[in-house]
Design a protein around this ligand. Structure first.
Ligand SMILES: [Zn+2]
Length: 147
């Protein structure tokens, strides 16, 4: 059923299909292939599926985090599981830890640098504010030296 139907149209000679979620007309390659769907693609576009998946992942992640925080039994089970995994995959676990550590260190370095940069500016401002006499002295001195 290639052509123009209720939820499809041809734009510049290219078949477009309407996404049943965002209602936008999109090219067929912006839909995932699905054998039984119209034009052999799904009725929801890739973008909408991504949003949907992201939303679901977020909810799942959040539920997991909450449970980890509030359910000591669950926490223990999780820890136990990761200990078992580490024991069963010592090499991968070492590799993961190494990668993780490197990433973490890089993050720390970046964070520290950013913090210092920000902090230094504030510190200088604060110092100037609390030591106006120093500034004046310095200025006077340098003027005197000039003349
Ligand atoms: Zn869509």
């Amino acid at each position: 059923m290639i052509g123009v139907t209720n939820d499809s149209k041809i734009v510049n000679g290219v078949q477009h299909k309407q996404c049943s979620k965002c209602k936008r007309f999109k090219r067929l390659d912006e839909f995932y292939k699905f054998g039984r769907g119209a034009f052999g693609v799904m009725s929801i576009c890739k973008e909408c599926i991504k949003q949907y998946e992201l939303g679901r992942r977020e909810i799942r992640q959040k539920r997991c985090n909450d449970r980890y925080k509030n359910d000591p039994e669950y926490r223990e089970r999780k820890k136990q599981k990761s200990r078992e995994w580490n024991k069963a995959h010592p090499e991968q676990s070492k590799e993961w830890r190494k990668n993780h550590l490197e990433r973490f260190r890089a993050y720390q370095r970046e964070y520290k640098r950013e913090y210092q940069r920000k902090h230094q500016r504030e510190y200088q401002k604060e110092w100037k504010r609390t030591h106006p006499e120093h500034l004046n002295k310095y200025r006077k001195k340098s003027i005197k030296q000039d003349s």
